[in-house]
Design a protein around this ligand. Structure first.
Ligand code: FE2
Length: 366
């Protein structure tokens, strides 16, 4: 990446291509005190009110700075580094490459909790690993006074739902969700019926005296990439058909339509929604439905296969932070008569983890 000047125009060169930087783009970035508040990094003017046809009058380039004078009398001095930063993805969360994993993963990223962890470098490392693997475990997290709420709000902001600010996972009479029983839960993603679907689930173990009740995780990214490679027709239909996901109880009716495997603008994995108790495929031609059901069976078989699942026991003080758009989670059954099993859960969204990660990156100049 390089900046060049030619005929009162600014160009940037990247990967063999050379493009002009629009004069107005530079004018929007003027950083004199009367135009720019250094503390908030916000403009003190509204660029949509600049009606003049902005042109560059004079330019000067040194190793460190680009100085520009515009035809409306305004001058600015921008660091080359700040311009280059805007053309790189260094601050984009996508710079963290996802690592595919299956049942052979044996190093579960875990970090010991300490009171100041949210402002320490170790939290940056934990969040990087969260984006690489889709989950991270914190150990020795205090188990008193609904600490999960404090934890979530120390990363960002808790995402409240109709289940409340947080929810208690233990078997209870007349449950409105199978989570609140002692039955095994097959791998699934949470709340596919919400718009938007909660990005991250936090589960905090308070008590676990039973023999079963192990937690399970599956990497939806690994599995759907496998499907793409081995069963392209199945992958295609699951990334194309929008399915209705629904949750109802006495107080609420939640519904959203989405592809089971959702792709981003570059046709790469974005999100998986898998909860076979809550999905309703639209009425399509019989042949197409035949294919859809085969595809759903295959992906379900892969999600439930030992080959892709990790299983571990959350102990009191363990706190699991997992990506609900990428991972599937579940648990093995347990006998509620053996003792107490009590987990607390809540949701946060990506703005929390991304905001904290970028803050720590800036703080530690990483
Ligand atoms: Fe769940």
């Amino acid at each position: 990446m390089k900046i060049e000047l030619s005929n009162n125009k600014v160009f940037f060169k990247k990967n063999g291509s050379k493009k002009e930087i629009h004069p107005f783009w530079l004018r929007e970035r003027v950083n004199e005190e009367r135009f720019f508040d250094k503390g908030t990094q916000q403009r003190l003017f509204d660029p949509t009110e600049l009606k003049e046809n902005i042109e560059i009058k004079d330019l000067n380039l040194s190793d460190e700075f680009l100085e520009v004078s515009f035809n409306d009398g305004v001058k600015t001095r921008l660091t080359i580094q700040s311009i280059i930063k805007e053309f790189s993805n260094i601050n984009d969360i996508k710079f963290i490459k996802k690592i595919k994993w299956d049942s052979s993963l044996n190093d579960f990223n875990s970090y010991n909790f300490s009171e100041n962890i949210f402002e320490e470098k170790i939290m940056y490392e934990a969040l990087i690993n969260f984006y690489k693997f889709g989950f991270v475990i914190f150990k020795k997290v205090p188990t008193k006074n609904n600490f999960i709420v404090k934890f979530a709000n120390s990363i960002g902001s808790i995402r409240r739902t109709n289940f409340g600010e947080f929810f208690n996972v233990k078997s209870k009479p007349n449950p409105n969700d199978l989570a609140y029983t002692s039955l095994a839960l097959a791998p699934h993603t949470d709340n596919p019926y919400r718009n938007p679907v909660p990005c991250i689930q936090i589960l905090h173990c308070i008590e676990n005296e039973v023999n079963g009740g192990n937690s399970t995780l599956v990497d939806g990214y690994t599995v759907t990439e496998k499907l793409k490679k081995d069963y392209p027709d199945y992958y295609k239909i699951l990334t194309n058909v929008k399915v209705r996901y629904q949750f109802i109880d006495q107080d609420v009716f939640l519904e959203d339509w989405a592809e089971m495997i959702q792709l981003d603008e570059n046709q790469n994995f974005k999100q998986v929604r898998f909860s076979p108790r809550l999905d309703f495929v639209p009425l399509m031609d019989k042949d197409r439905l035949d294919l859809y059901y085969l595809a759903r069976n295959k992906v379900s078989e892969l999600f439930n296969s030992d080959k892709f699942r990790i299983e571990f026991k959350l102990m009191p003080g363990d706190l699991l932070l997992m990506d609900n758009h990428r991972l599937l989670h579940g648990r093995t059954s347990y006998d509620a008569n053996e003792g107490n099993r009590f987990l607390q859960g809540c949701y946060i969204d990506y703005d929390s983890t991304e905001g904290k990660l970028k803050h720590l990156k800036r703080k530690f100049n990483i």
